[in-house]
Write a protein that binds this ligand. Structure first.
Ligand code: TLP
Length: 338
């Protein structure tokens, strides 16, 4: 099977399996797991923040950050196609009582600066209090687009003007850094908090981290406990994460090349690629009216797995384990199905 449904479907590398087997561990709720402590220090340094916290998933990482920045009835500004708003089971409101102020994401994944500013509430007893702006980099539903670094700096300036915090969903921040040829810390600098994932393009089996100031992470640790995310001998998982961060970032460039190859091939076959392919995600629209479930089933029968995003649109994601010849074969399958 050529599985392009997501970069979450990867198998851990042999080096990860070895590191997991050999990891020194302790009870991380007591702060005594040396491997988790090592991973947290490594990520804090990579992202240029004071501290980091290992959490089970990107979803929990984002929720923890929202819970620390916002109280019940506070408002956060978020894009209508950001993961936090779209795919996290409404956790911000269900768990945190946090009110989302939803703005349209632009095709490049940004929120228009003027629209952010217009959405910030003045002090008035009728209104929720705006506390936070949330961005996503790279932007999943916008085809893995990379937020322009100068755009993020403008949002930071705006946030400062209104005394707001800025959170980044950086599940694929590593892809953005590789695509721009920049250090992850440079991209993280404007944000008060970020969540980053080890289990997407970097191929670790489990885990995300949140980063921020020391005080922020102390509160995040409480929120993680509240959500049931305090893990015990989690060094077994963190060990794979350390391998992911030390060995797997530069190879993301191969995934980006493969995604571009896939997009070019799809265009040749008459599909419309909806966003410029900057990283490892290709969102594309079919040339006809055939129901997407039927097409996905025909691809699956021939050994290709792709997600349908709607009636006529699909998402394919390249990752560790997908080679250039897999892309060639995937295109042959698409051509055969028509
Ligand atoms: N995204 C998954 C699905 O949930 C859609 C995928 O296959 O892409 N932020 C972003 C930008 C994400 O893409 C994801 C996962 C998350 C957060 C959540 O991470 P997990 O799955 O670890 O909770």
């Amino acid at each position: 099977m050529i599985d392009l449904r997501s970069d979450t479907v990867t198998q851990p590398t042999p080096a990860m399996r070895r590191a997991m087997a050999e990891a020194p561990v302790g009870d991380d709720v007591y702060g005594e797991d040396p491997t988790v402590n090592h991973l947290e220090a490594l990520v804090a340094e990579l992202l240029g923040k004071e501290a980091a916290l290992f959490v089970p998933s990107g979803t929990m990482g984002n929720l923890i950050c929202l819970l620390v920045h916002c109280g019940r009835g506070d408002e956060y500004i978020v894009g209508d196609s950001q993961h936090t708003y779209l795919y996290e089971a409404g956790g911000a409101s269900a768990v945190g009582g946090i009110h989302p102020r939803v703005l349209p994401n632009q095709p490049d994944g940004t929120l228009a600066l003027g629209e952010i500013e217009a959405a910030i509430r003045p002090e008035n007893v009728h209104f929720p209090r705006t506390k936070l702006i949330a961005l996503e980099n790279t932007h999943n539903r916008m085809g893995g687009r990379v937020l322009p670094p100068e755009y993020v700096r403008h949002v930071r300036t705006l946030a400062d003007r209104y005394n707001l915090r800025l959170h980044g969903d950086g599940a694929r921040l590593w892809n953005a850094a590789v695509a721009l040829g920049m250090e992850p810390a440079e991209l993280a600098a404007p944000f008060d908090s970020l969540s980053v994932c080890l289990s997407k393009g970097l191929a670790a089996p489990v885990g995300s981290l949140v980063v921020g100031s020391r005080d922020f992470i102390a509160e995040a640790r409480r929120a993680r406990k509240l959500l049931g995310g305090g893990m015990r001998q989690a060094g077994v998982l963190a060990a794979a994460g350390i391998v992911a961060l030390t060995e797997m970032i530069p190879r993301l460039a191969e995934d980006h090349d493969n995604a571009r190859r896939l997009a070019e091939g799809l265009e040749t076959l008459g599909y419309e690629v909806l966003h410029p392919v900057e990283t490892n995600i290709v969102i594309f629209r079919q040339p006809d009216k055939r129901p997407s479930e039927e097409r996905v089933a025909a691809w699956r029968e021939r050994g290709l797995l792709v997600h349908a995003l709607g009636n006529d649109t699909y998402r394919a994601v390249t990752h560790y384990g997908i080679s250039t010849s897999d892309i060639r074969q995937a295109l042959e399958i698409v051509a055969a199905v028509g």
